[in-house]
Design a protein around this ligand. Structure first.
Ligand code: CUA
Length: 317
């Protein structure tokens, strides 16, 4: 592995064992491109000046049609450069393809438009990731609907998430994350909410990791409700008043909504619970084409629905 600095200040922080090698190859390509650009453009400019027609009656002088040496040189050098890029990329690809045997096993499921992350040995999905420092971790990725992609720039780790098959990816984090973590993106355009599939990855020491920080919930019901909203509802319901697939939650509590059949319904506990368990029972006018998947008790227990209701109450118009 060749460690390159980042002289052009283009790259995100390096936080995995892959980063130095990926950046080295990236900079190799950048320097080759800059050198080729300068060489080719320089030759064009020099010959345009030196060999320009200098008098009106000047005849073309060069009778050269072929130069074998020149042809060999300008074929061979780029070929060698391309082979270097290929070999370098291939070796890196192999490193990334094969996870160490002792890697911690994570799962991640993508769907429009959220991530469900499962920490090793756990069955409760969360939407913030925690990985231990200096330990290899492996992800098994799958999608419930369309193509997505799992991408953490700081780790130089990226994999398509493909419906109907399992993809894998591994990395080993080499530095603790900042307070609010590294960004994880969906890197494959997957529809309206693509940009909402943006999450946090925290890299923590062994002691913190053993405390299962991903499972910690706040004491305050509305604060827990916000977490459950983010996990379950945020793909379709905003809290800032902007329009998405479903009605916004901002100012929803206590409001009188007009249904598609013209009737009016006041938004209270009963209405919210019914809309979660059986979304088709009452459809808000204007949202007839938006079909919401019901959340049964085993995916969203009643106490979590209660917390979401407490959170709704805080979202004043
Ligand atoms: Cu999922 Cu873009």
């Amino acid at each position: 592995m060749i460690a390159f600095q980042d002289p052009l200040k283009q790259l995100p922080v390096r936080a995995s064992t892959f980063a130095a090698d990926v950046d080295g190859l990236y900079y190799f390509c950048v320097w080759v491109s800059i050198a080729s650009f300068a060489l080719i453009l320089g030759l064009i400019v020099v010959s345009a000046i030196r060999d320009r027609r200098k008098r009106e009656d000047q005849e073309p002088t060069s009778r050269v049609t072929h130069n074998t040496m020149l042809e060999v040189v300008w074929t061979l050098i780029p070929t060698v450069i391309l082979m270097v890029i290929f070999a370098w990329g291939w070796r890196g690809q192999l490193d990334m393809a094969v996870a160490p045997g002792d890697a911690l096993q994570y799962r991640a499921t993508a769907s429009m438009w959220k991530w469900d992350f499962f920490h090793p040995g756990e069955n409760t999905p969360v939407d913030e990731l925690y990985v231990p420092l200096n330990k290899p971790v492996k992800f098994t990725l799958d999608s419930r609907d369309v193509l997505h992609a799992f991408f953490v720039p700081a780790f130089r780790a990226k994999r398509d998430v493909v419906p109907g098959r399992y993809q894998t990816l591994w990395f080993q984090a080499t530095r603790p994350s900042p307070q609010d973590g590294f960004w994880l993106f969906c890197a494959e355009y997957c529809g309206d909410g693509h940009s909402l599939m943006r999450k946090r990855v925290h890299v923590v020491g062994d002691a913190d990791f053993a405390g299962r920080p991903w499972a910690k919930l706040p004491e305050e019901p509305a604060a827990r409700g916000e977490i459950f909203w983010r996990r379950n509802c945020s793909a379709c319901h905003t809290v800032d008043g902007s329009t998405a697939t479903g009605p916004t939650f901002k100012g929803l509590w206590g409001r009188e909504e007009t249904m598609s059949d013209g009737s009016k319904v006041a938004v209270d506990e009963t209405y919210v619970r019914e809309s979660i368990r059986n979304p088709q029972a009452k459809i808000v006018k204007g949202y007839e084409s938006a079909v919401m998947t019901p959340f049964p008790v085993d995916t969203l227990p009643d106490d979590q629905v209660g917390d979401i209701i407490e959170y709704l109450k805080t979202l004043k118009p």
